[in-house]
Design a binder for this molecule. Structure first.
Ligand code: DQQ
Length: 593
């Protein structure tokens, strides 16, 4: 059992004994259940938060993932498409490489690939946000008027009292919407008496209901119950709280960055936040402050009662589905009317230490934006890198002739820049006869625990097979991304792992064996696909067309730049066929902030 859950854990709610108790209880519960959170998020480092970098280290900086030139970043905020321009705001420390001094940085793009940095859009300046401008979302009001809802901090540490504010563009005819005004009638929403104003943040995009009310959610908790409060308004200025939260769940702790959106049961289009009715399901995603991972459910939005009810096929709690089983937090989606798609952004934090970050002069990246759709089975989401990413594909190699991988066999994928690549591969096999039994004791374990027991070097039956990414010449370092099929009672279980255990020779890093199960009919398919976006210090992988996604942050010392290698491998007794593999060197965007 690992105690990795949160040795860098912090809470914004300093000094709250009841909350510390909750943390302790959740710590014990979750470590008992082997549920591990992503560590290394945004801790308070008062002594480091304003330490300017002397040199910004280029080693491990990503080439085609979103990053500012230097300093700390966390949550993506208010992503939106407006008059031909994509906007990404994000939590940013302009003065250092650890969390602190947070403002809303602002970048714009016409293609989600090339970005131009603008001046920060929202910075602390008024009584309703003087101690911080925290996360929030954008809504486009009728008349094509964007408005941002965000959390302002009105009383600083240790309390960090939170209210919800709005900001509007100063000049709608500026194509970049550079300047934002925070009107004096802020705050719009404050916590009611008896509510926890120190755990009250991250307003969602608002949706317009048939009754003519705007509705939005605010994340919170009551003791250890995670809560999404619902607020409604006719005019977007006067908001009242609904009698009941739209949803809550005991023993999940603070819900940060809720995201609530409709998905279509049919077709390939995303939906605007206000769509309800026939053929539409809803998704509620929450970010769990206690473990720093997210979970989501697919369910029904009962509009007459303003209640959200998860389907009984969705686990509602710690063991729920995750959009990504790796370094992925505070995600936020938006509807892109230009391409009729829903796109989700997420922050990937570092897996090194604050000292490493100060030395590097930077910390945090945004993962590649992903289109998000409901699986035709109606039970889970499918995510895929936005199609624009393919414009960065350069030199291409393919493995032809259906290469066979017997046990212990690996084949190098030569001819591309393996440290900066996009790889798509489909593996197949003849039979599941050799699948290893799934130990019933593991029903108590999460996927990550099983992956840490059954790594890529542990020989199996059907698998482990997959990719060895960011591998050094003599395999002193590598990050394997692989599948392993188990035979359970009346079914098969497919495990997908992205394992950082041997990713780097550097000491003191967090090296989790991130993993999730893949919900496919493997007995019928007898094949499975994998796509990995490899970018120096990130490996972002999509199993079975994005049904299970895992992102790992890794810091190789040997497997860097042209010394990185890429392989396909099999370490199971069932022969695996590489049905097809295409890999591309990835170019840098022309403009990255
Ligand atoms: N980060 C923001 C908060 C949010 C948290 C502060 C999630 O608004 O709850 O930087 O990472």
């Amino acid at each position: 059992m690992s105690s990795k859950i949160s040795h860098k854990y912090h809470s914004y709610e300093y000094g709250s004994t009841s909350f510390l108790l909750v943390v302790l209880i959740l710590f014990i519960t979750t470590t008992t259940l082997y549920i591990h959170g992503v560590e290394a998020s945004h801790d308070f480092h008062y002594n480091l938060q304003s330490v300017e970098a002397e040199n910004v280290s280029q080693l491990h900086r990503t080439s085609y993932h979103f990053q500012p030139k230097q300093n700390w970043i966390n949550d993506p905020n208010a992503p939106m498409y407006y008059n031909g321009i994509y906007h990404l705001f994000y939590q940013y420390n302009p003065k250092g490489a650890v969390w602190g001094n947070i403002v809303w940085a602002h970048s714009v793009s016409t293609d989600l690939i090339n970005w131009k940095a603008l001046e920060p859009a929202i910075v602390p300046s008024k009584p309703f946000d003087q101690y911080g401008c925290w996360s929030g979302s954008a809504t486009i009001l009728p008349g094509n008027k964007p408005v941002i809802l965000y959390t302002g901090i009105t009383e600083g540490p240790p309390k960090n009292v939170q209210v919800q504010n709005y900001a509007i563009p100063a000049n709608l005819s500026d194509p970049y919407l550079r300047e934002w005004i925070k009107p004096d009638n802020n705050p719009l929403v404050v916590a009611n008496n008896g509510e926890n104003g120190t755990a009250f943040r991250d307003p969602t995009t608002a949706w317009l209901s048939k009754s003519g009310y705007w509705k939005m959610l605010v994340g919170s908790r009551d003791n250890d119950t995670g809560i999404a409060y619902l607020y409604k308004s006719k005019d977007f200025v006067n908001w009242t709280k609904a009698k009941d939260p739209i949803h809550s769940k005991p023993e999940t702790g603070m819900w940060e960055c809720p995201d609530f959106f409709p998905v279509s049961l049919k077709g390939v289009n995303g939906l605007d936040a206000s769509v309800t009715g026939e053929g539409v399901k809803h998704v509620l995603k929450v970010s769990l402050d206690v473990t720093r991972y997210e979970y989501y459910t697919v369910g029904t939005y009962v509009t007459e009662e303003d209640r959200y009810v998860p389907d009984n096929t969705s686990v509602d709690g710690w063991a729920g589905l995750r959009l990504d089983y790796g370094n992925f937090y505070a995600s936020k989606s938006f509807f892109d009317p230009a391409k009729n798609r829903r796109v989700i952004w997420s922050w990937a934090n570092e897996s090194d230490t604050a000292a490493h970050d100060v030395a590097k002069g930077w910390a945090g990246i945004q993962l590649i934006p992903r289109t998000i759709l409901l699986d035709p089975n109606g039970k889970q989401l499918m995510q895929w890198p936005v199609q624009e990413l393919e414009t960065l594909r350069g030199a291409k190699v393919v493995l032809t002739d259906k290469q066979m991988l017997v046990m212990g066999h690996r084949i190098e994928v030569n001819g591309i820049t393996a440290a900066q690549a996009d790889v798509e591969v489909t593996f197949s096999f003849g039979s599941l006869e050799k699948a290893e039994p799934f130990d019933p004791e593991w029903l108590e374990y999460d996927a990550q625990k099983i992956c840490s027991l059954k790594g890529s070097t542990v020989q199996g039956g059907v698998g482990p097979f997959g990719l060895l990414t960011l591998a050094s010449q003599e395999l002193e370092e590598y990050t394997p991304v692989f599948f392993r099929v188990f035979k359970a009672q009346n079914t098969h279980k497919v495990l997908m792992c992205s394992d950082a255990t041997r990713s780097s020779l550097t000491e003191g890093l967090y090296r989790p064996s991130f993993a999730g199960f893949v919900d496919v009919d493997i007995a019928a398919d007898k094949q499975i696909s994998l796509r990995s976006l490899i970018d120096n210090s990130v490996v972002e992988s999509f199993g079975a067309r994005g049904r299970t996604c895992i992102s790992s942050r890794v810091y190789p010392t040997l497997a860097v730049y042209e010394n990185a290698h890429l392989y396909v491998f099999n370490n199971g007794s069932e022969t695996i066929t590489v049905e097809n593999l295409a890999a591309w060197s990835m170019k840098k965007p022309l403009h990255m902030n």
